[in-house]
Ligand binder design. Structure first.
Ligand SMILES: Cc1cc2nc3c(=O)[nH]c(=O)nc-3n(C[C@H](O)[C@H](O)[C@H](O)COP(=O)(O)OP(=O)(O)OC[C@H]3O[C@@H](n4cnc5c(N)ncnc54)[C@H](O)[C@@H]3O)c2cc1C
Length: 61
């Protein structure tokens, strides 16, 4: 039986999350490492700065 491959993804930003979603269909074990315990959705930072986004729309880690 072939040994199951392990994949370590460094960074849970857009690239890391998309890579993990694509690799989830493969027969590999995935570990994602990030220095933060949350994903920052950068396209909405402007709305946060301008208080356009409701606090209830932001998920806490
Ligand atoms: C204000 C703003 C608005 C944007 N708006 C848009 C938009 O509307 N549309 C669009 O397509 N793009 C937009 N972008 C660009 C888009 O966000 C980036 O192109 C995209 O996030 C890059 O993805 P990435 O995975 O390379 O990096 P990131 O998403 O930045 O992810 C990097 C990850 O690596 C982690 N990391 C970094 N160093 C370490 C370390 N030493 N150890 C462990 N973890 C580490 C970080 O914590 C982070 O989670 C915007 C960017 C900004 C700043």
């Amino acid at each position: 039986m072939a040994e199951r491959k392990r994949v370590v993804i460094l960074g849970a930003g857009f690239a890391g999350l998309v890579a993990s979603q694509k690799l989830a269909k493969e027969a590999v074990d995935i570990t994602i490492v990030d220095r933060r315990n949350h994903h920052t959705f950068q396209p909405l930072l402007y709305q946060v700065a301008l208080a356009v986004l409701n606090p209830s729309d932001i998920a806490q880690p």
